[in-house]
Each structure stands twice: as structure tokens, then as C-alpha cells.
Design a binder for this molecule. Structure first.
Ligand code: SAH
Ligand code: SF4
Length: 395
């Protein structure tokens, strides 16, 4: 789908200076970013039982944690002044202890007449991450990051070029969605007040390499209020580069989230280059794990395929891909490559992409071309954060 070219608006967001000492460290607080071992604990890291225990540790009855969660997940507020059902004397302490501000919006870029909004977040330790909110007529999708950076090294991906900074905590993942949900509820996104209906783990990072936090974030996002935000599991997509043991583990979780597998090539020779983790888990193993997931959940697996000119877009590769997928619960998502700065690769010629699509369709494979919304504010996955790293030429 072509991207609507509209002027890009940069909304300056006042950065909040952060001074923080690593938890458990005896070092004094230093000015400027300091690598924290872990972000502070937050309500959204905890299940309801652990929240109650945390409230009790503060000398409060356990139900105070449910009240706090109702504000956070139900009313989308972390402002103690608005929590009038909590005694004034305990609001501040509960909020300070269980609702620390984990992320600061450093930049917000909008396009598509405000319907696409990308936020560059700075975490307490100075790490950068991104989320994108996309409003469509029938839904609002949030694309979230699961890691600051990524260690998988796919050469066409801006996040991959930058390497892994660290895993995000569950609450840092959830916060990206809560902030988007709050903007929508307040009517800050054109189209009137709305709700987040879909979540895709397609921002920075490899979600299955941060398994524990991602699973816990999925539960917080999909459990009903006040345990979580109450988004349907079926509306959540976890995209993976193909970490086979983690796909098998996810298969056991009894979730109904959608799995997307970033395949990008049907043959190991090319996939070894485009997706270096393929040297560990080959195409056949990845797809075997994907079919196991489809069988357990009854859900079609989405096969992601970035169309790279004269690299993976040949007709014979379309036929090879069709051969791998025929008869399986799969859907192919063709993504026009979004070239990263300095990359030798570019997007497939549209005619070639159409031919690739047609060859899959002719073999009965469900196939769509990914909406590339926000390309002009994105560059590509991870580019905004990459440009914001200290020492980068742009920011
Ligand atoms: N790490 C996970 C999820 C984040 S990347 C994964 O790789 O699946 C989300 C999707 O964006 C993946 O399908 C990835 O291959 C794709 N992607 C990354 N860089 C891209 C680029 N420059 N152009 C098009 N798609 C890209
Ligand atoms: Fe990581 Fe996904 Fe980018 Fe590969 S495509 S480097 S797995 S974020």
C-alpha cells in the first residue's frame, strides 16, 4: 500500500532531566544517564497477588493495590491527585512506590493527518526505545518495543545495526501502550476519543529473546481491569525472528495471541545472511515450530517477508515459499523494504512485488502487502532511536 505523503510534524516534548543511581548501588546519584541494572519495580510488573503483597509491605491493606490498578489500567492515570478514593495520606507513597515514571517522551512525530504517531522514549537509564500508534477507521494498533536495541543483527534492520542495549521490563512495555491509550482517551489523536484495540510486538527488539517480560506484559495488557488493560489476546501479535525453543515454549502457554514469523527467505542459504539466527535454527525447524503453534492455537501464523530488490524477490523464491507454506495455517505479509541509511539494499520494484504476490496467491496462499504507514516518520524500525544515540549525526 503506498504511503500517503504528508508533511511531518515534530512535536517538541520537554525532556525531563533524569538523575538516578543504579538500584542496589552505593554509588551517589550522578547527573546524566547512568546505566541502571534494572528499571524500578512498577505496578505493571506485578500480577494481582504480588501487587497486594507490595501494598502490604508498605503497611497498607492489600485492596489498596486493586484501587491503584483500577486507576492505572481503568482510568489510565498515574496522578495521585486524581485518586480520591484513596486516603490522601497514602496516595503519594503508593504512587511513588508502585507507579514510578519509567519513560519520558523525548520526541513525537506525526503523519497521516495525526493518525500515525511515533514516540521516541527515553528510559530512566538513558536507553532509547520507540512505539508507534496507528489509527485506522476500524481499529487502533500500537506497535511496541520489547528491547532497547536488538542483538539479532539482521543486516536490513536499523535496530539490528545498533545492537542490544538491554531488555525492557514488563512495565516499560506496558507503559508504551498505557501512554498511547491515554492520548486516545483524552482525544489527542484526531478522530475523537478512542481505545487501543490491537498490539503488535514489532517495534525494537526480539520479543522472544526477552521472554519473561514479554509474557508478563501480554498478561497485563490482556487481563481484564483491574488485573490488566483488558485488550483481547486475539488482537495481540508477537513477531519473532524464529527462536525455536521460545516458540515451542510460547505454544505451551495457552494464549491465543497471533504469532508472526519473520522469514524473509525460503532457502537457508539466503536466510543465513538476512537473518543471522538462521545459522542456529534453519527454515524447516522454524516453520515446524510455527505449525506447532498454529495447531495448538488454531490461529494462522503470519509469515513476514521484507521484499528486497533482487535479493529475495525472484519468482523462483515465491514458488519455493509457496511450496513451504501450502497446506498450512499461514498468511504471508509482504513488507516493502524500508531502506536503512547507508544500506546497499532497497525495496523491490512494485511490478516484481506484484508478481511475487500473484505467484503465492496462485498456489492458494493467503497473502497481503503490509501497510507501510508512517514510513516518513520512521525511516525504518529503530531508525529514530538509532539517530538519537549520543554521537549520531541527526536526532
Ligand atoms: N524482532 C522481531 C520483531 C521486531 S521487527 C522480528 O524480527 O520479527 C518487526 C518486523 O519488521 C520484522 O518482520 C522485521 O523483519 C521487519 N523489518 C525490520 N527492518 C525492516 C526494514 N528496514 N524494512 C522492512 N521491514 C523491516
Ligand atoms: Fe532484531 Fe527483528 Fe531487527 Fe532482526 S528484524 S535485528 S530480530 S528487531
Amino acid at each position: 500500500m503506498p504511503v500517503t505523503t504528508v508533511p511531518v510534524t515534530t512535536v517538541p516534548v520537554t525532556p525531563v532531566p533524569v538523575t538516578i543511581a543504579p538500584r542496589g548501588s552505593s554509588r551517589p546519584a550522578l547527573a546524566g544517564p547512568v546505566r541502571a541494572a534494572r528499571p524500578p519495580r512498577h505496578l505493571a510488573d506485578l500480577d494481582p497477588a504480588d501487587r497486594r503483597a507490595a501494598a502490604e509491605q508498605l503497611g497498607q491493606p492489600g485492596f489498596r493495590a486493586d484501587q491503584l490498578a483500577r486507576h492505572y489500567f481503568g482510568r489510565l492515570t498515574d496522578d495521585p491527585a486524581q485518586m480520591t478514593d484513596l486516603p490522601a495520606s497514602v496516595r503519594e507513597e503508593l504512587a511513588a512506590t508502585l507507579l514510578p515514571r519509567l519513560l519520558t517522551a523525548e520526541r513525537e512525530l506525526t503523519c497521516d493527518r495525526g493518525m500515525t504517531r511515533k514516540t521516541l522514549w527515553r528510559a530512566l537509564d538513558g536507553s532509547y526505545l520507540e512505539s508507534v500508534l496507528m489509527r485506522y477507521p476500524d481499529r487502533v494498533t500500537m506497535c511496541v518495543s520489547s528491547q532497547a536495541g536488538c542483538g539479532m543483527g539482521c543486516p536490513f534492520c536499523a535496530t539490528g545495526q545498533a545492537g542490544l542495549t538491554r531488555n525492557l521490563s514488563a512495565a516499560e512495555i506496558v507503559t508504551q501502550v498505557i501512554c498511547g491509550a491515554r492520548s486516545l482517551a483524552q482525544g489527542d489523536v484526531p478522530g475523537g476519543p478512542g481505545r487501543v484495540s490491537n498490539i503488535v510486538f514489532m517495534g525494537m527488539g526480539e520479543p522472544l529473546a526477552n521472554y519473561g517480560s514479554v509474557l508478563s506484559a501480554i498478561r497485563r495488557l490482556t487481563d481484564p481491569v483491574p488485573a490488566g488493560l483488558g485488550i483481547s489476546q486475539r488482537s495481540v501479535t508477537v513477531s519473532t525472528v524464529g527462536l525455536v525453543p521460545a516458540i515451542r515454549r510460547l505454544t505451551q502457554e495457552q494464549l491465543s495471541v497471533r504469532l508472526a514469523v519473520s522469514l524473509h527467505a525460503p532457502d537457508d542459504g539466503l536466510r543465513d545472511e538476512l537473518v543471522p539466527v538462521n545459522r542456529r535454527w534453519k527454515v524447516a525447524e522454524v516453520l515446524d515450530a510455527a505449525w506447532g503453534y498454529a495447531a495448538a492455537t488454531g490461529r494462522r501464523v503470519s509469515i513476514e517477508y521484507a521484499m528486497i530488490r533482487e535479493v529475495n524477490d525472484q519468482a523462483w523464491r515465491a514458488d519455493a515459499l509457496a511450496g513451504l507454506l501450502a497446506g498450512h495455517l499461514a498468511h504471508v505479509n509482504l513488507i516493502p523494504l524500508n531502506p536503512t541509511p547507508g544500506s546497499r539494499w532497497t525495496a523491490s520494484d512494485p511490478g516484481v512485488a506484484r508478481e511475487f504476490q500473484a505467484r503465492l496467491a496462485a498456489r492458494g496462499i493467503a497473502v497481503t502487502v503490509r501497510d507501510t504507514r508512517g514510513t516518513e516518520i520512521d525511516g525504518a524500525c529503530g531508525q529514530l532511536a538509532a539517530a538519537s544515540r549520543p554521537g549520531a549525526a541527526t536526532g
